[in-house]
Design a protein. Structure first.
Length: 340
């Protein structure tokens, strides 16, 4: 789409890490300023040297971990449906009719009916010949409403860091689901655009009760699950799951298998968990991948992450790091085998 330049941006983060996320943006554009907090974990910033289109590539390059979502602010108008519709219809020439488009509406107020607004806008856009789809859009109209104002933004989905509104990834609950932790793995695959193998052997460190193991089996992988604790009953009779009732530190020295994928969601100090992944790296195939979570303390999170990542980067190539929507006091890291 053909977008006007903009220097005002809305970003989202987990509320407890909102200030850390702001600091990450200011490291990417040192003169940027916070104009106001629009809601918990939702900030409006004024960029200094960067345009919105430059921000996401800079954030990805610096491996910022706590910014979940970005959207530009191209216009601010009074919070009234008729005016909102007119403002968006006026921008229809910006959009590429051959590509999909999504409308993402968030609000910190009850002064507007979001469903009514969305339905009206969808009708306007479809009537104009645009392809409106909520899932995996290429282009996005972003609307954030406070008690008096609507903030409008027009962007390509790739510029927003996430193509979900506010970076809030949602997954349907499945009857076979073992734990909420499964959503973390699914979200990591989506956010980091990972192409995981659909056959081969995976290693799940700290597997109990087996949520990540279930997802790996669903992908088609056989799984070696390592944990002194039990796996869910639904996994125990699966001949493609081998459960080692050991600590990771006991299992790895004697491991002779070679894995296509290693995952780790252990409740452990971040640096100690990184050291276990370093030990496990010797069992990873040359084109292998790894996904892990780093558990964080209440203070000094950036220092802890930096220390853990510095250790990991001696043995892996880090693809991405993010405090995902389904993370809590942790970040998820995606890696691949380090090039020779």
């Amino acid at each position: 789409m053909q977008k006007p330049p903009t220097s005002q941006v809305i970003f989202t983060a987990s509320p407890e890490f909102a200030q850390v996320a702001l600091n990450e943006i200011q490291q990417s554009d040192r003169g940027s300023k916070l104009l106001q907090w629009l809601d918990q974990g939702v900030g409006l910033i004024q960029l200094d040297t960067l345009d919105f289109r430059d921000l996401a590539p800079r954030i990805l390059k610096t491996k910022a971990a706590f910014i979940r979502h970005l959207c530009p602010v191209n216009d601010k108008i009074p919070l009234e449906i008729t005016q909102l519709r007119a403002a968006i219809v006026a921008q229809i020439p910006l959009f590429d009719r051959s590509k999909t488009l999504s409308i993402q509406i968030r609000s910190s107020t009850k002064n507007i009916d979001r469903s009514k607004l969305r339905n009206a806008l969808v009708d306007d856009l479809i009537n104009a010949g645009l392809k409106v789809e909520a899932k995996d859009p290429t282009q996005i109209i972003s609307i954030f409403c406070d008690s008096t104002t609507a903030y409008l933004g027009f962007s390509n989905a790739s510029e927003n860091l996430s193509n979900w509104a506010g970076g809030m990834h949602r997954f349907a609950h499945e009857d076979e689901q073992i734990s909420r932790a499964e959503f973390k793995l699914l979200e990591a695959i989506d956010v980091f655009n990972l192409k995981l193998p659909t056959a081969g052997l995976a290693l799940d460190l700290g597997a109990s009760p087996g949520g990540w193991t279930r997802i790996l089996r669903k992908l088609g992988l056989s799984v070696v699950a390592v944990d002194p604790g039990d796996l869910a009953e639904s996994l125990r009779l699966d001949s493609n799951i081998t459960h080692h009732r050991q600590l990771v530190q006991q299992y790895l020295p004697s491991c002779r298998d070679r894995f296509d994928l290693i995952v780790n969601d252990m409740r452990m100090d971040a640096v100690d968990s990184a050291k276990n992944m370093i030990a496990a790296s010797k069992t990873l195939k040359e084109d292998g991948m790894a996904i892990m979570t780093l558990k964080l303390p209440s203070k000094g999170v950036k220092s802890v992450i930096n220390n853990a990542i510095a250790l990991l980067e001696d043995h892996y190539e880090v693809i991405g790091i993010r405090n995902l929507f389904h993370n809590r006091q942790e970040v998820t890291v995606a890696m691949r085998t380090a090039p020779e």
